[in-house]
Design a protein around this ligand. Structure first.
Ligand SMILES: NC(=O)c1ccc[n+]([C@@H]2O[C@H](COP(=O)([O-])OP(=O)(O)OC[C@H]3O[C@@H](n4cnc5c(N)ncnc54)[C@H](O)[C@@H]3O)[C@@H](O)[C@H]2O)c1
Length: 256
């Protein structure tokens, strides 16, 4: 099936590469008109050129940048149907080595960025009486965690709380608010920052036997952005290859 987002206008924040680029590609395949936003100008513009989308350099931690991105969508297409706030940073840092500034930066991008994108998109979506607000959360924080992810876990658990509250507040305006919790997704950033040993370890602990792809995550976003999800609000979809399921290490054991 194609055309599931035919002529819908979607702003995707954090879409230069990785999962966000996967979402942009998938939405484009389904007929969406895209505005891409990212704080990396060169890579963001390259992705936008690939897809025939508009691009705006955006640091989503700044409200003025979030407003400018929404303004570009309205100027280019006259409306805004879908906003995806996917921009996120995940520096690996033990809590004892995290400075207040380190903490604040993770919160500023992951959590305040979520608030900024939401508030900027709210007025036009309210006026249209239609909107899909979507966020990239994570299993890390809301469900599980690992050493080195104190600030990140707090920020992603915060996104889930925010989703619930926003879903309630906007329910009378035709706006749904949902998120996706990816497990371990193979992106350039994961390969670069986590390395082969990490990836092998994760493969061994994922029942479906592989890390996810940006497209796996994008398919969940597509569903939540489409009319098929019109009665779903205030929740998240876990896309983790079954990683959260095992009670113990021997989950691959089959009956004799
Ligand atoms: N890769 C995974 O395994 C995984 C798992 C769970 C959740 N996530 C989440 O998915 C999202 C994307 O992760 P990814 O792995 O594709 O990472 P990535 O680093 O490849 O992509 C993140 C994108 O966000 C952009 N960005 C960073 N800071 C920004 C800012 N201040 N303003 C605007 N754009 C900014 C980057 O330039 C980049 O294009 C993040 O929110 C991350 O926390 C990733």
């Amino acid at each position: 099936m194609t055309g599931r987002l035919q002529d819908k206008v979607a702003l995707i924040v954090g879409s230069a590469r990785g999962i966000g680029k996967g979402i942009a590609l998938r939405f484009a395949e389904e007929g969406a008109r895209l505005v891409l936003a990212d704080n990396e100008a060169e890579a963001g513009q390259a992705t936008a050129d690939e897809l025939g989308a508009a691009f705006i350099r955006t640091d989503i931690s700044l409200m003025a940048d979030a407003e400018a991105a929404v303004a570009l969508a309205l100027k280019s297409h006259g409306r805004l149907d879908i906003v995806v706030q996917n921009a996120g940073i995940y520096p690996w840092q033990l809590i004892e080595n995290t400075s207040p500034d380190d903490w604040d930066r993770v919160m500023a991008v992951n959590l305040r960025g979520t608030f900024n994108a939401t508030l900027a998109a709210l007025a036009p979506m309210k006026a249209q009486h239609y909107g899909r607000m979507l966020y990239t959360s994570s299993i890390t924080g809301p469900r599980v965690s690992s050493p080195g992810h104190g600030h990140y876990s707090a920020s992603k658990a915060g996104i889930n709380g925010f989703i619930r509250s926003a879903a309630l507040e906007f329910s009378g305006y035709g706006i749904t608010v949902n998120g996706v919790e990816p497990g371990n997704i193979l992106t350039e950033a994961i390969e670069l920052h986590r390395g082969a040993a990490y990836i092998k370890n994760m493969e061994d602990s994922i029942p479906l036997g592989r890390l996810g792809s940006p497209r796996d995550v994008a398919n969940a976003f597509l569903f939540l952005a489409s009319d098929d999800a019109s009665y779903i609000t205030g929740t998240t979809i876990i896309v983790d290859g079954g990683q959260l399921l095992p009670e113990g290490k021997d989950f691959r054991l089959l009956p004799p």
